[in-house]
Design a protein around this ligand. Structure first.
Ligand SMILES: Cc1ncc(CO)c(N)n1
Length: 223
């Protein structure tokens, strides 16, 4: 009897594209939070830009919710996605409060190129022609990168400055980790039934997410 468990599709891709995934989850921006050498200007750039990103992320999640309602074979998906949407409201409130704390005025923040590109990518995923399977896979990847990145900043041996710990805990907490696992399970369940074309498309867009995440972090450290 074979005791080995089969690898899920997302696990297979994470393994196959390890280098790029590590590039997204252990980016220099994250490493400098982890070792407390972060330049506060970089942090403020990230904070200001990510607020704009999250505002664009809300309609994207709403579009995934609609696809789940139309296409999903499991009612449980709706609750998980809806839970994600609900926490985005809290997240937007948090971003506004943090901006005040760090002396950022959102009305003066101009979206940078990497952010514009990423938001445009989100918009392409919102198209009604985009399959649920593909969109939920991208959704999982977007959340998973933040979860892995910020959890690392709170992990053993991290020297994260106390004033940044709350930020890291937003995405690095255990509950957010469980939520990412739920999204991953949905993606894997769907990918199991996907056509060859859909699988290929989902893998390509998974890689696009990782590239956009790398560019987003790089944008923050470049400023
Ligand atoms: C750029 C980016 N990726 C992922 C997340 C997670 O929601 C975020 N807030 N911002």
């Amino acid at each position: 009897m074979d005791e080995e468990k089969m690898m899920s599709m997302t696990e297979t891709w994470l393994k196959k594209h390890r280098l790029l995934y590590t590039g997204a989850t252990r980016n220099p921006f994250i490493l400098t939070i982890h070792d407390a050498t972060i330049n506060i200007a970089s942090f403020k750039t990230w904070l200001a830009q990510d607020y704009l990103f999250v505002r664009a992320f809300v309609p994207f999640v709403a579009s995934v919710l609609i696809k789940a309602w139309k296409e999903s074979d499991d009612n449980g998906d709706i609750e998980i996605i809806l839970g994600g949407m609900a926490s985005l409201q809290d997240e937007i409130t948090w971003f506004k409060r943090e901006a005040t704390n760090w002396g950022i005025s959102h009305s003066e923040v101009v979206p940078q190129q990497a952010n514009i590109n990423y938001c445009r990518f989100l918009e392409s995923l919102m198209s009604p022609e985009m399959e649920y399977t593909v969109a939920i896979t991208a959704f999982w990847a977007i959340e998973a990168v933040y979860q892995e990145s910020f959890a690392y900043c709170l992990g053993e041996g991290s020297k994260t400055p106390p004033e940044l710990k709350e930020t890291c805990a937003r995405w690095g907490n255990e509950g957010f980790g469980m939520y990412c696992q739920s999204l991953q399970r949905i993606a894997d369940r769907r990918l199991l039934k996907a056509s060859e074309d859909e699988l290929k498309k989902a893998e390509v867009l998974f890689l696009s997410v990782l590239e956009h995440e790398v560019e987003f972090w790089n944008m923050s450290t470049a400023a």
